[in-house]
Design a protein around this ligand. Structure first.
Ligand SMILES: NC(=O)c1ccc[n+]([C@@H]2O[C@H](COP(=O)([O-])OP(=O)(O)OC[C@H]3O[C@@H](n4cnc5c(N)ncnc54)[C@H](O)[C@@H]3O)[C@@H](O)[C@H]2O)c1
Ligand SMILES: N[C@H](CO)Cc1c[nH]c[nH+]1
Ligand SMILES: [Zn+2]
Length: 434
């Protein structure tokens, strides 16, 4: 983990470094992913199962690809009752947070005889990708599925990579059942995204694909965009801790490590005005690393994408944090609410020392599928809006149209689109002749 003084040069080089983690910088995998998509598109199940054998070392067939009721029942028997209870409690929080995001269709009319509105409808068929290569993510099942349920999506199809024995983790299955997934398929990676986008004999084509994943999943989602809808491309996890000398270095270290353990490409950044805190947090990181199980992943992530930035003032620290636009931002300062008002760019903001990032990953309610790689400047967290579409609704009475028909004809003529003008004029031929 590098410690550097924050200035124009160091922030520019850090931003360059972080962009290396973006799917846009992984051109070298683009051809491989394009080939996987093209093969699944043309050879369907045959290619899907061959890639599952190649990358996941699991033998899957058309008889075993879909999770059965028996497998779900067995999963319930294997999951600890205490874990099931936690999943159910988290589910209530996540659902009630997303209920507040729900928007209604609206219509408004006026006395001239017009009615305008917006009709909001849930998507019909959605594919949810749940990652499963390096870790198991029942929490991501809840985060992806619950907003779709709240939106009213008719059919939710989930895919996740199988283990070598061709089975799925019981906690993933139980979370899927509790959240209300309709069908689960045991496939992952770019091949699963291709199957959802184009359909195979076993897997139906969907309207939109959501969910995070590794670089192969992200590139595949990018490649099928347009054929189907996608959510934002949530890549490797990120955390940025903004701290002053009032922060507890042990908490700072623990929170940075919590995201570094996701992936070698994950990023953990501390921006602080306190040299003492920087030093102590670094010492604590070394202490924790001695006992953490994913030490190898963490070390790679911190070596490549871990930074401690020393800022002269909190204003400078905030400016740098806004430029980085991290997926998660923790504010551990004397006046965290005041600092929060100055944050423009972050996927999720955690205020104060009792609001650590994993609280959001698992339990508080807001979604943990968040924009990464600086895309928090224009993308938002996954939410109910990702699972609805809108249609505009327009009604004008004859009288209302008559009142403004000449305006439209003039506008259309200005664009030399005489058929447009005619479509209006033809309705008032009689009046014009009189
Ligand atoms: N933003 C979020 O909400 C969120 C949540 C959870 C996880 N994540 C991120 O998602 C990612 C999960 O990655 P993962 O690897 O654990 O699971 P994953 O399911 O995304 O990827 C595993 C799949 O990758 C494919 N694959 C592996 N090596 C390949 C190769 N050489 N060529 C082609 N395909 C290959 C395999 O098919 C495998 O099924 C991590 O980066 C993690 O940080 C993000
Ligand atoms: N922090 C991840 C998103 O970047 C989500 C997650 C799932 N489980 C634990 N964490
Ligand atoms: Zn996490």
């Amino acid at each position: 983990m590098k410690t550097v003084r924050l200035n124009q040069e160091t922030i520019a080089s850090l931003l360059d470094d972080l962009l290396k983690r973006s799917p846009n910088s992984y051109g070298k995998y683009e051809n491989a992913v394009a080939e996987i998509i093209s093969n699944v598109r043309s050879k369907k199940d045959e290619a899907l199962f061959a890639y599952t054998e190649k990358f996941d070392h699991a033998k899957i067939t058309d008889k075993t690809v879909q999770v059965t009721q028996q497998e779900i029942d067995e999963a319930y028997e294997r999951v600890e009752p205490a874990l099931l209870e936690v999943i159910q409690k988290a589910l209530v929080n996540i659902r009630s947070y997303h209920e507040k995001q729900k928007r209604q269709s609206w219509f408004c009319s006026d006395e001239k005889g017009t009615m305008l509105g917006q009709k909001i409808l849930p998507l019909q068929r959605v594919g949810v990708y749940v990652p499963g290569g390096k870790a198991v993510y029942p929490s991501s099942v809840l985060m992806n599925v619950l907003p779709a349920k709240v939106a009213g999506v008719e059919k939710i199809i989930m895919t996740t990579p199988p283990g070598k024995d061709g089975s799925l983790n019981p906690s993933t299955l139980v979370a899927a059942k509790e959240a209300g997934v309709d069908t689960i398929y045991k496939v992952g990676g770019a091949q699963a995204i291709a199957a959802l986008a184009y359909g195979t004999q076993s897997i139906p084509k969907v309207d939109k694909i959501v969910g995070p994943g590794n670089i192969f999943v992200a590139l595949a989602k990018k490649a099928v965009y347009g054929q189907v809808g996608i959510d934002s491309i949530a890549g490797p996890s990120e955390i940025l801790v903004l701290a002053d000398d009032t922060a507890n270095p042990r908490y700072v270290a623990a929170d940075l490590l919590s995201q570094a353990e996701h992936d070698e490409l994950a990023s953990a950044i501390l921006i602080t005005t306190s040299e003492k805190l920087a030093r102590q947090a670094k010492e604590q990181i070394s202490e924790f690393l001695k006992v953490l199980s994913r030490r190898e992943i963490i070390e790679k992530s911190l070596d490549h994408f871990g930074y401690i930035l020393l800022a002269d003032t909190m204003e400078e620290a905030i400016e740098a944090a806004n430029a980085i636009a991290s997926e998660h931002m923790e504010i551990l300062t004397e006046n965290p609410f005041e600092v929060m008002t100055k944050i423009r760019n972050a996927g999720a903001i955690f205020i104060g020392e009792s609001s650590c990032e994993p609280l959001g990953d698992y339990f508080a309610g807001p979604n943990h599928v968040l924009p990464t790689n600086g895309t928090a400047k224009f993308f938002s967290p996954l939410g109910v809006d990702d699972f609805v579409k809108k249609s505009s609704v327009i009604y004008y009475s004859r009288e209302a149209l008559h009142e403004i028909h000449r305006d439209i004809i003039q506008f259309a003529n200005c664009e030399q689109l005489t058929a447009h003008a005619n479509s209006i004029a033809v309705r008032f031929e009689k009046e014009e002749k009189q």
